[in-house]
Structures are given as structure tokens and as C-alpha cells.
Design a protein around this ligand. Structure first.
Ligand code: C2E
Ligand code: MG
Ligand code: MG
Ligand code: MG
Length: 283
């Protein structure tokens, strides 16, 4: 009896493993064709200055819309893009498309907004990442000062001399560098000294708890004051409520991003949102 139950559990386990493996293989093979089939699109999430309430930037977030599989979340497909190296050509497409899109918006009379683009560690495998980014900016006429690259912990952990050279090259071009998901890593503090970063982005897990967990509140306060002492800009991500916003304002966080302001929006809706938001805030 017990033996049988154990056997059944084992079979259940293996068949669910197979399902996971099959899903993964399916996604990988579909991802290899997704760029060519134009299944990727970009969403834009507004970022605002906490003091003035002005719109100052947009984070660019990749979406994959498959005709049969539907919308697949970045949490599921980005790791596959990274493992397969597909993130390298797709990462170039993301930067180029976002630069073109926002340049078009500024030609409509909207202010030239800063864009924040996420980079994966894998993209630093290209020794010439600096030149690749530089030529996309030149080609699209996008101002390097208005580009912020968001870097996650893995980039700093794996950092070779080559990575450091590329980051310094970005800074020489005037590009800003933000540490994404700040506070979740193991040695986040040491990155700030060793790498030429210009901003930290407080992880949403801390922001989420800031009003009901004194420890999260203490962490957020210390991150803000430490970052300011290092002359770094501080942005909080995942701001959903008025109470979180008030806490952040009270402790002099510089910028916010989150559902409280807007969820990530496809290009057309983002344009409409920006028009109505800038009308509201300028009147
Ligand atoms: P991330 O860069 O930390 O992006 C923030 C994530 O939080 C986004 O999830 C965004 O939709 C979500 N978010 C924003 N505001 C709120 C809020 O108020 N509440 C909550 N609960 N969530 C909020 P998303 O778009 O699913 O992206 C997940 C992750 O996938 C990103 O985390 C980033 O690491 C990665 N990713 C997304 N797009 C790209 C890309 O173009 N390139 C690379 N390399 N990675 C990307
Ligand atoms: Mg990000
Ligand atoms: Mg983040
Ligand atoms: Mg995150």
C-alpha cells in the first residue's frame, strides 16, 4: 500500500517534470522565431519626480505575444532568452525600438523623456556592447543623457574587467546606470563603490512592505540616505498605494514608478496617458 503510494508519487513527479521540460522546449523553439515573426512588443511604464510630480521617464518592458500560446510573462521567457543567448540580438532590438518610439513622441511635441532599458548579464558577453549601444543612439538620434540602463546583480557578480570597461564607456557617453532590484542581492553595497553607477532602484518587495513592516521601512530609509550621501539618485519601484507614496516622499526618495502612477502600457496607450497626464500636471 505504502509502496504503491510512493510509486504513484514518483510517477506524478516525473510526469510533471516532463511537462515542465516540454513547455521549456516548446517556448525555446518558438522564441527562436519570435523576433522575425514580430511577436515582441514593448510596454512603457511612467516614472515621476516625487517632489514636482512631473513625468520624467519611462521604463521599457518587453512583452511576448504568441498567436497560439498567448501572452507569456517576462518572468518565464527572459530566463530562456538569457540561457540561449537570444537576449543579445533581442536586446539590441529593444533598445533601438524604444529609442525610435520615444524620439517620435518627442517630435509630436512631448518632452524628450528619459528611457530606462533593462540589460542582462549575457549582453556583456559582447566585448563591443559599448559600440553597439553607441551606434544605436547615433542612428536613432537619441540623446545618451536621456538613456538609463538598468543593471541587475548578476552583472556585478559576474563582472569581469571587460564589463567594467563597458560600464565606464557608457558613463563617458553620458548614459546613466541604475542598479535594479536594489537591496535583494548579497553584496549590493559594495557594487556602489566598485562600479560607476548613478542611481539605485529600491526593489518592490521593500516598497510593498514599507507601511506595515518596520524592518522594511528602516531598510528603505537607510537605502535612501546612504544613496544620497553617495550622490546617487533613488527611484522606488512597485509603488501601489498613496500610503507608500507618502512614506517615500517623507523620506526624500527622488522618483517613483508603480501602479499608483500607471501600470506598464503599450505604445499607443502610453502616448494617450502621457498627453492627459502632462495636461493635468501643467494646468
Ligand atoms: P524589473 O526590471 O524589476 O521590472 C519591474 C517589474 O515590476 C515589471 O514586471 C513591472 O511590470 C512590475 N511592476 C511595475 N509596477 C508595479 C507595481 O506597482 N506593483 C507590482 N506588483 N509590480 C509592478 P515585468 O514587466 O513582468 O518584468 C519582470 C522582469 O523581467 C523585469 O523586472 C526585468 O528584470 C525583466 N525584463 C522585462 N523587460 C525586460 C527587457 O526588455 N530586457 C531584460 N533584460 N529584462 C527585462
Ligand atoms: Mg527594471
Ligand atoms: Mg526592478
Ligand atoms: Mg524586479
Amino acid at each position: 500500500r505504502a509502496k504503491n503510494a510512493g510509486k504513484n508519487r514518483f510517477e506524478f513527479f516525473t510526469s510533471s517534470m516532463t511537462e515542465t521540460a516540454m513547455r521549456r522546449m516548446e517556448l525555446e523553439s518558438q522564441l527562436r522565431q519570435a523576433l522575425e515573426r514580430q511577436e515582441f512588443l514593448l510596454y512603457y511604464q511612467p516614472q515621476a519626480d516625487l517632489k514636482t510630480g512631473q513625468l520624467i521617464g519611462l521604463e521599457v518592458l518587453l512583452r511576448w505575444q504568441h498567436p497560439k500560446l498567448g501572452v507569456i510573462s517576462p518572468g518565464e521567457f527572459i530566463p530562456i532568452l538569457e540561457e540561449t543567448g537570444l537576449i543579445v540580438p533581442i536586446g539590441e532590438w529593444i533598445l533601438k525600438t524604444a529609442c525610435q518610439q520615444t524620439t517620435q513622441w518627442s517630435e509630436l511635441g512631448l518632452p524628450q523623456l528619459r528611457i530606462a532599458v533593462n540589460l542582462s548579464a549575457r549582453q556583456f558577453d559582447r566585448q563591443d556592447l559599448g559600440q553597439v549601444v553607441g551606434s544605436i543612439l547615433a542612428e536613432t538620434g537619441f540623446d545618451p543623457q536621456q538613456l538609463e540602463l538598468e543593471l541587475t546583480e548578476s552583472i556585478f557578480i559576474e563582472a569581469s574587467q571587460n564589463t567594467l570597461d563597458i560600464l565606464n564607456e557608457f558613463r563617458r557617453m553620458g548614459i546613466r546606470l541604475a542598479v535594479d532590484d536594489f537591496g535583494t542581492g548579497y553584496s549590493s553595497l559594495s557594487y556602489l563603490r566598485r562600479f560607476p553607477v548613478t542611481a539605485v532602484k529600491i526593489d518592490q518587495s521593500f516598497v510593498f512592505s514599507v507601511t506595515n513592516d518596520p524592518d522594511a521601512a528602516a531598510l528603505v530609509r537607510s537605502i535612501i540616505s546612504m544613496a544620497h550621501e553617495l550622490r546617487l539618485n533613488v527611484i522606488a519601484e512597485g509603488v501601489e498605494t498613496e500610503a507608500q507614496l507618502e512614506f517615500l516622499a517623507q523620506h526624500r526618495c527622488d522618483e517613483i514608478q508603480g501602479f499608483h502612477l500607471s501600470k506598464p502600457l503599450p505604445a499607443e496607450s502610453c502616448l494617450a496617458w502621457m498627453k492627459s497626464f502632462t495636461e493635468k500636471t501643467s494646468s
